[in-house]
Structures are given as structure tokens and as C-alpha cells.
Design a protein around this ligand. Sequence first.
Ligand code: GLU
Length: 485
Amino acid sequence: MISEHPRVRFAPSPTGYLHVGGLRTALYNYLFAKNQNGKFILRIEDTDRNRFVEGAVENLINVLKWIGLDYDEGPAKGGNYGPYMQSERLDIYKKYAEELIEKKHAYYCFCSPERLSEVKEEQKQKGLQPKYDKHCLSLSREEIENNIKSGMPYVVRLNVPPDLKVAFDDIVRGHVEFDSNGIDDQVLIKSDGYPTYHMANVVDDHFMKITHVVRGEEWLSSTPKHVLLYDAFGWEKPQFAHLPLLLNPDRSKLSKRQGDVAVEDYRAKGYLKEALLNFVALLGWNAGDDVEFYYLDEMIKKFSLERVNKSGAVFDLAKLHWLNAEHLRKLPDRDLLRLLREELAASKFKNNDYSDEYLLKVITAMKERVSFVREYIEKSPYFFERPETYEENAVKKSWKENTPELLKKLIEAFSKLDSPNKEDYENVLHKTAEELQVGNAKLIHPVRLATSGLSAGPGLFDILVILGKEETIFRLQDALERVKI
Ligand code: GLU
């Protein structure tokens, strides 16, 4: 069933942070919806009360907002198919669990945890796959009523039919088949009255009119249970698309132990949202060409589920780094200015005043040399403060006995300049070198060292123009006093 306007959902459990795999799922759903003129829905799967994390939903919504994946329906926004928080839909699950019990597709189970582990133990010893033994399926209506009346705790289980092939066609993985004998009588409603993931997920996908379920491969083994549930209800199934696993470079499953997995961590490290989106888009998808640099609108145009790969996608940090540098370079200057101001506000220079004009000059000089916004400060601190020290090796190499004498002449020549531009500085330096009968390098290196404290950076004359004549001369004089050889 390909509806004209697909409805897809991102259905995270609020764990307190957004996993990069979750971001990939959200993005693919978003891209698919936008490409197909459909709707992208956010649904919060918060039925596991043991894992409740204060503020997790707000955090999730904030991260999605920051990264620019705006949902059409969901918490805090509403829509025609809400509520979009599962914890607010408990009556619905209860009602439909009862319907399944009525139809004999589900049943009450009163087994104690002790009995369940005994059964499991026995099965294990016999070399069987541990599975609920359907003990309570044979309880009479009367027994059930009495148990409930006497306050015995119970769960509701799916009655999985034996000897059945459970099959579905996955857009990414193709035809998938499971043997129902390998499927446990899944709990649908827990003893605390809350639904399990399977129950709530299927009921919600049905009533929210979800046409395509696009989620990570780790959910593939749940899908036969969902297929059984759809069939038990007599509901039409959505199409499924299971996205490839994310792998570490050593091809193990991407895990927290090997590095950051939270989008929030990448954000804190200074990765641009444009780069992160671009990076996760390529974790399992390509447009069939060699293009790797994408903006969101281009991805929307090119995206299709048919071009999602089956095989695991390696999480390559070097590529994220590269994409960050590429996106940073292509960002319009006004955005860079805003980001640099944010960075400065969080730095030791927060109380300094810099004009837009000044910062834009720094941006122009440094643009090709930085991969992160913070590197505007880290790589060229001399635009924000006078050098406190001078790179030792560079001093050894280029600060000679006669350097002070040469610099004094240069200071004299610079002093005579009136609002010098790049060429003025360059001409004067060349002329001075000529007069002193030394090579240009004898002046260039010490001047760079004196004004920046460093031996490398953008064009020296660009630095001087940005610093201005007065500051340039101050720093030259200061270095004459402070550089010791
Ligand atoms: N709540 C599940 C998760 O945390 C949703 C899986 C699905 O999309 O069905 O990812």
C-alpha cells in the first residue's frame, strides 16, 4: 500500500539523550516524508516507567529543533491523531488488549516469576529455546475471573499460533520470513497495566495511520510479532524499512564505550548541525552518485528508501570531521559571525568588544584554515589578545643577533604609513629589506613571530592589516623587549 501522502514517525523512547542512530532514523523518516509530500510525526514511546528520565522529552524536542528536523505532528505541537505520548494513551491499549482477548488472540497470564524461571530452566536443560509454555491459555473463564477478583497480578500475552510462517517484505531487506515456533507468547500488557513496546507500537502505528515504519535493524526481530498483531486485529500493515546497523570502524556494533553516541555530545564538541545531518544521511544511503556533500534540501530531493543499503554502515569520525570543515567553509559570513560571537561569549574573551567588521576580517583570513568555529580562537588567539609567549623553535630559527636592529628600521618605516593596506605593508617591508641588504625572510619571520607569537598562520600582511598599524607597531616594540635569545 503506497498511499499518496505517506505518514511516517520517529518513535524514540526518552532516554535522556538522542543517540546518533536515532538521529539517522529521524532524518530518514523526515527525508522520506518531505520527498513524498507526506507527514513526519514524533511519537514518544515512554511506557517503560523504570526508565523514566526527568526532562528527557524536552531535551529530545530541543535537539530535533536545533538540528532542524521539524515534525508535523507530535507532543507540544498536536495533530489529529494524538496524544503523541504513549503514557497518555493507556486506555486505548487496554481497550485493544481486551479486544484481542475476546478474539482469543491474547490471554491473561497469572504465572509467578518463580514459575516462569522454573519453566525456562527446564527448557534450557532440555536444550530447547526458552519460551512461555502457554500454561495460562487453558484457564477457564471462571478461574480467570476469580484470579482477577482476588487481586492476583497478571499480564496479557499474545497467543502466537504454532507452525506458521510469518513473512513480510521489507523495503531495505527484501522478503523476510520467521517461523512462529521461534516466537515467544509476547507480553502485551505488563502487570503494572502499561503496554509493552510491541503492543503500544502497533496500536499507535495503526491509529496514527502510519504508512511506512522506518526504523533501525535492531527492531527487525520484533517485526514478526507486530505482523502477528496486525493480523490478529485484522488491520492493514504498514510497509517496513529496517535501516542498517551502525558500526565502529572495527565493524563491531556502535557503542558508547567506543566514543560519543549522543548528538548532544557532538553539538557540544562544536560540530555544525549541517555537518551532522550530512554525515548521518550517508550512514546507509547514497544517491547513486559520488556526491558526499549535502545540504538538507538537496537530500530531500534525492532521498529514497530504495537506495538505503542492507549492510552495516561504518561510523567514520574522520569523515564527520571533514564534512564539518567543508560545511564551515561554505557557511555564509553572517552565520559564521554569529557562531564566532557565541564562541567568544563562552571564552575568556567574553568581556572584550569586537566590531562586526573586525570579526569578519578575522573570518576571511582564517576561513580556509579551520574545521571548527572554536579554532578561529584556538588557531589565531593573536586576533583577540597580544601574544604572551613566542614559539620557542621559531625564535631559535628566525630571531637572530641583528633582528632587533632590522625590526627597528622596519618600525620606523611602518610608522610613516598612513592607513596602510596589505600592499603598503608589503612594499615597505621589501624596501626596508633591500635598504638593509637582507632577504625579505629576515624580516617576515620575526614580524610574524612578534605580532602573532606563532610561526604559521594566514598571510602575514593580512594579519597586519587586521591588527592595524598602531597594534602592529606596539607588538613589534613589545617583542623587541621580550624576545630573548
Ligand atoms: N521506541 C522504539 C525506539 O526507541 C521505537 C522503535 C520503532 O520505531 O518501532 O527506538
